[in-house]
Ligand binder design. Structure first.
Ligand code: SF4
Ligand code: SF4
Ligand code: SF4
Length: 283
């Protein structure tokens, strides 16, 4: 079943099919500002100029987001509606209110979200019930020694965790959550941020594990050096290609991503507009 769903999605989803990436549009609604973990490369910001995940020009209410979808879909060819931050989609109830409205009012649009995956096990049923078609989970490590260098804390069930303990909670939930989504017929893409000297030799382990859990596709994206990793060099094209080629031996790889903002809409790279913000959760 997952294979036929994947085939259907890849025909039309610009983030799952490189051939469609510059042909059909997606609309991100920036309705999810809060985040429950701290990735050490993330600085979420509200601004109008930066072109990267984690940036959006403003946060919308659910009503404003529905109006925005109505307007944009009447003006251009949009196949996908997504929630990609600027925080974590699952940690903001607005995401679920919004997708309920989408399911009722725009049942033909593909519903998509990106998340850090911490809340996936408890939200997987609701995601499937709302007919969310595709979920991108960012998995930057599966080894706690490496993971604890990337995530400095995790806020879960009212407690703040740090170090390997924090990473272990996140990782368990990410991996369990991917499996639960796949079992419920939701197509899962995994993003991994390539961080030179930290997880560059570890990406293949991630690829093997997430494939085992039922992910359909992987997107290896280069670190944008910021925050604690501001002095880490951004991976070069050759390094990125080498890792992607190796990953492709394990799981299909999406290569057209240019890391867009949490409020981007239109056809990526072409008629690409934004409200003046980006999703961090895509890191
Ligand atoms: Fe594409 Fe990610 Fe947006 Fe989904 S959430 S439409 S995968 S960019
Ligand atoms: Fe999705 Fe990346 Fe394309 Fe943006 S650039 S629409 S994040 S695949
Ligand atoms: Fe949260 Fe995403 Fe930023 Fe990580 S990158 S801290 S998941 S908003």
């Amino acid at each position: 079943m997952n294979e036929s769903k994947f085939a259907h999605i890849t025909k039309v989803h610009p983030c799952f099919n490189e051939k469609m990436h510059d042909k059909v549009g997606r609309i991100h609604v920036p309705i999810a500002p809060k985040c429950n973990i701290h990735c050490d490369f993330c600085t979420r910001e509200i601004n109008k100029c930066e072109q990267r995940p984690g940036v959006a020009s403003r946060v919308m209410t659910v009503d404003q987001a529905v109006e925005h979808v109505k307007k944009v879909t009447s003006e251009m060819n949009i196949a996908v509606v997504g929630v990609a931050g600027p925080g974590d989609a699952l940690f903001n109830n607005e995401t679920f209110e919004f997708f309920k409205r989408m399911d009722e009012e725009f049942p033909d649009l593909i519903k998509c979200m990106s998340t850090n995956g911490l809340l996936l096990p408890e939200k997987a049923d609701e995601i499937a019930d709302l007919h969310i078609n595709t979920v991108t989970v960012t998995v930057n490590a599966i080894d706690p020694k490496i993971g604890s260098k990337i995530y400095s804390n995790v806020f879960y069930n009212g407690e703040l965790y740090t170090g390997e303990e924090a990473f272990n909670i996140l990782s368990k939930n990410q991996l369990e959550g991917i499996k639960m989504l796949a079992e419920r017929g939701v197509v899962v893409k995994v993003n991994a941020v390539l961080i030179p000297g930290v997880n560059d030799k570890h990406i293949l382990d991630i690829a093997k594990k997430v494939k085992e859990q039922g992910a359909s596709l992987m997107n290896v994206i280069p670190l944008i050096p910021m925050h604690k990793f501001k002095d880490t060099p951004k991976p070069g094209c050759a390094e990125l290609s080498e890792v992607r080629d190796a990953v492709e031996e394990i799981i299909p790889v999406f290569r057209a991503c240019t890391q867009c903002r949490a409020d981007a809409y239109g056809v990526p790279g072409k008629e690409d507009k934004h409200l003046d913000m980006t999703p961090s959760s895509h890191y």
